[in-house]
Design a protein around this ligand. Structure first.
Ligand SMILES: [Zn+2]
Length: 337
């Protein structure tokens, strides 16, 4: 039996033990309207937000709108991430400034403009740029983490499937799909766990090649396994080139490569494995509680989040369910500039 809410309590307990008070991130869950989260559903969603926020020391406030909604068959939750566009020259400087932090040394070796402009893409695509300097798209939450002022009321919208959770109030999801795990996952997208390879994949499906705005996470995306040269090995955002990883040249984690033309799951996710790479895996097995792992934390650190305390180590719960349902990332809403 899996009781929703248990994981958040474990994560928080592990992080607060013996740690002095300090500035940390705030993630506010806001819900209103006819399909608003209320009672325990809202409280556990806020626990999920706190599980992320308590990990990082960035002195920022992130606002997330949440509600229940009718989602597609087999979909537990969905996130739309608010985004903003920044020049790579800005992001390059902001990320490089963090290279001195423990575990972030690779940020001193970010690629040059020409390497990014040569990112592997299907025929007809290009990397969006202004005068040879790539234009990046960032989750507004991530832009805040990097120190940019972003004038948005909401950093993202999360919808939880009515068919699975609208009657959920007692906190007991025996035999079903853990509510809190799904909220933690969706918030991860809002924080910036997004890849524009999903845009490439969608545009391929629409036969509509476009200029692609790379995300900070895409700066870590390579074919196969560990890149030979983190700075100069070309990034790969093509759904059709086979296996891909996110890597800093030291570690490498397998990622999905696209729902339509890639590996069958949206590229903004870890590949589904057992045990899971992290909460940002594509699908959640039934009866499973999946928490934030060291891989999830690594990814967030590499795009600009600063660890508040030593990593708690991998938090993985065994998968016992047979059924697996997808946790989808909704195709992104229009960029906020
Ligand atoms: Zn997802």
């Amino acid at each position: 039996m899996v009781r929703a809410g248990r994981l958040g309590a474990i994560v928080l307990a592990g992080l607060t033990c013996g740690v002095p008070a300090r500035a940390s991130m705030v993630i506010n869950i806001v819900s209103s309207g006819a399909d608003a989260l209320t009672g325990n559903a809202l409280a556990v969603a806020q626990n999920a937000a706190n599980a992320w926020a308590s990990l990082f020391s960035n002195d920022i406030t992130i606002n997330v709108q949440m509600s229940f909604a009718d989602l597609g068959s087999g979909v537990l939750g969905s996130a739309s991430t608010a985004e903003t566009t920044l020049s790579y020259s800005q992001v390059y400087g902001s990320l490089r400034a963090e290279a001195g932090q423990s575990g972030k040394g690779a940020l001193a070796n970010l690629p040059g403009n020409s390497t990014l402009l040569n990112t592997t893409l299907p025929s007809g695509y290009s990397v969006a740029n202004t005068g040879g300097v790539p234009n990046l798209t960032l989750a507004t939450a991530d832009a805040k983490a990097l120190g940019y002022s972003v004038g948005v009321a909401s950093d993202g919208t999360i919808e939880m499937a009515k068919s699975y959770y609208s009657g959920w109030a007692s906190g007991d999801t025996t035999g079903a799909f853990d509510y809190e795990s799904v909220v933690i996952h969706e918030i991860g997208h809002v924080l910036g766990f997004i890849s524009s390879e999903d845009t490439v994949d969608y545009d391929l499906q629409q036969n509509n090649p476009s200029a692609i705005f790379l995300t900070p996470l895409d700066l870590l995306r390579f074919s196969g396994g560990l890149p030979g040269d983190f700075m100069n090995t070309l990034r790969d955002l093509s759904p059709t080139t086979g296996a891909q990883v996110l890597s800093d040249g030291v570690v490498a984690y397998s990622v999905c490569t696209g729902a339509y033309y890639g590996s069958g799951c949206q590229a903004s996710h870890w590949t589904d494995t057992s045990p899971a790479i992290g909460v940002m895996q594509y699908a959640l097995p039934g009866g499973t509680v999946q928490g934030i792992t060291s891989a999830d934390i690594w990814a967030m650190e590499m795009i600009g989040y600063d660890l508040a305390v030593p990593e708690p180590g991998t938090v993985v719960f065994l998968a016992t369910g047979l059924a697996v349902l997808a946790i989808l990332r909704r195709r992104r809403s229009p960029r906020s500039v």
